[in-house]
Design a protein around this ligand. Structure first.
Ligand SMILES: [Zn+2]
Length: 238
C-alpha cells in the first residue's frame, strides 16, 4: 500500500483499499457476525474477533489517512474513545514511511488460508448457490462431503473453520472416500432452528428459556443468568 503512495500512484491506493474492503466484507465480516452476536461477551472466540476487527480498522484508517485525512481522523477518534488508548493515525502514517516495507504477501503467506481453506470454502459456496436460489438461507444447509482420498485430511482438519466461513449449519465428511474427485452435496439441515443464532444443529438443548435453543446458545443464556453483573460489565467494556 505505502509503496503505491511512495510512487504517487494514487489509483493503485484506491484499488487496493477497495479490494481490501470488498474481500474483508465477503470473506470475514459476514462469517464473524455469529461470534459477535451470539458468543458470550467474554468468550475467547468473541474477544479474538474483536481484536482482529480492531487491527483491521486501525490498518484501514492508516492506509486511507494520506488521501482521506478527516475521515481517517474521525475513525481514529472513535477508536480512541472506544478503547481509551489514543490512536494518532497520522503518526502511524509517518511510521509507514520507514523503508523496511512490510509485504504480507511475500513475507507472511497464510498458506493454510490460501491453499486449504479458501478454495474449499469457494467450492461450498458454489454448491450453495442452487440451494439459496430455491429460497433457502445458507444456515438451513448442511454440507455433505465425500472427499477424494488425498483431500480427506484437508476437509477434516478445516471442518470447523469451513462451517463458520461458509455460514452453514454443519459439514459432514463421509466415512468413505470418493472414487474420483471430491463430491459436495447440500442437504436441508435437520431442525429445530435455534431462535437465537438461527443455526440448525439437529439438537435441542431443552433450555428453560426456550427448548429449541442450541446447546451453545443455551450455555450463553444460562451463563448470563448466572452472572448478569459480570456479563453486563464485559459488554460495556467490549
Ligand atoms: Zn444457537
Amino acid at each position: 500500500m505505502f509503496e503505491a503512495y511512495r510512487r504517487y500512484e494514487f489509483h493503485d491506493v484506491v484499488r487496493l483499499l477497495t479490494d481490501a474492503v470488498i474481500t474483508l466484507s465477503a470473506e470475514y465480516i459476514d462469517p464473524v457476525k455469529d461470534a459477535l452476536y451470539c458468543e458470550a461477551p467474554r468468550s475467547p472466540v468473541r474477544r479474538s474477533v474483536q481484536t482482529t476487527l480492531y487491527e483491521m480498522v486501525r490498518t484501514l484508517a492508516t492506509w486511507m489517512a494520506p488521501i482521506l485525512c478527516f475521515t481517517a481522523e474521525d475513525v481514529a477518534d472513535e477508536l480512541s474513545r472506544a478503547t481509551g488508548a489514543r490512536f494518532d493515525v497520522h503518526a502511524a502514517v509517518r511510521g509507514e514511511q520507514a523503508p523496511a516495507g512490510r509485504n504480507m504477501k511475500s513475507s507472511n503467506p497464510n498458506k493454510r488460508w490460501l491453499e486449504e481453506i479458501r478454495p474449499r470454502r469457494e467450492a461450498i459456496l458454489h454448491e450453495l448457490e442452487a440451494f439459496r436460489a430455491a429460497g433457502h438461507k445458507s444456515l438451513e444447509a448442511r454440507v455433505v462431503v465425500k472427499p477424494a482420498a488425498a483431500d480427506r485430511p484437508h476437509w477434516q482438519w478445516n471442518r470447523d473453520h469451513l462451517t463458520e466461513l461458509a455460514v452453514v449449519s454443519g459439514i459432514d465428511v463421509d466415512a468413505t472416500d470418493s472414487a474420483g474427485a471430491t463430491e459436495i452435496r447440500i442437504v436441508e439441515a435437520p431442525g429445530p432452528t435455534c431462535p437465537r443464532c438461527w443455526r440448525r444443529t439437529g439438537e435441542s438443548s431443552g433450555s428453560r428459556h426456550d427448548p429449541n435453543l442450541c446447546r451453545r446458545c443455551a450455555a450463553v443464556v444460562d451463563g448470563a443468568d448466572a452472572a448478569p453483573a459480570a456479563n453486563l460489565e464485559a459488554t460495556k467494556r467490549s
